[in-house]
Design a protein around this ligand. Structure first.
Ligand code: ZN
Ligand code: ZN
Length: 151
């Protein structure tokens, strides 16, 4: 699938857990390795979530893993790795936001986040991503409201 934001090829990532555990149920999840926009598909046609642009300090979740050292906050980069490239089994996104302004934020992650931010075209910011209107009776929102990290 082509990224609707930047035109690069998106990569499917496994949807973990059973569909019944999530509301609305997600069938497919796609991330763009270039601009890191993501898209989720439901089980019925037109069930699509496309989170809007978020600035660097509101966009990322903190990475968590027992192997990461305490005292450095890394951002989770969607593909089983931190934005700065730390990768190992069990690394995942925490429910907490990653804020580059914090003193303990990883500088490598911050640099990567700034690079990725520049790849998001200006004309696609400010709520410009469009999603189809979901079918009648669907639980899916017509578009992702602000707060792109909500899953
Ligand atoms: Zn993209
Ligand atoms: Zn890092």
């Amino acid at each position: 699938m082509t990224c609707d934001v930047c035109g690069h090829e998106m990569r499917g990532v496994p949807v973990t857990g059973s569909p019944a555990d999530r509301s609305p149920p997600v069938k497919e999840r796609w991330f763009c390795p270039w601009c890191h926009a993501w898209t989720e598909w439901g089980f019925r046609p037109q069930e699509v979530v496309r989170p809007q642009y978020e600035p660097v300090n509101r966009r990322w979740e903190r990475a968590e893993s027992p192997e990461l050292p305490e005292g450095v906050a890394h951002a989770y980069g969607h593909f089983g790795a931190t934005l700065c490239g730390v990768e190992h089994e069990g690394l995942s996104a925490s429910p907490h936001r990653w804020v580059p302004e914090w003193a303990d934020a990883c500088r490598g992650c911050e640099e990567a986040a700034v690079v990725i931010d520049r790849r998001w075209p200006r004309e696609m910011r400010g709520g410009k991503r469009i999603g189809p209107v979901p079918p009648a009776g669907s639980d899916w929102p017509p578009f992702q409201a602000l707060g792109g990290s909500a899953r």
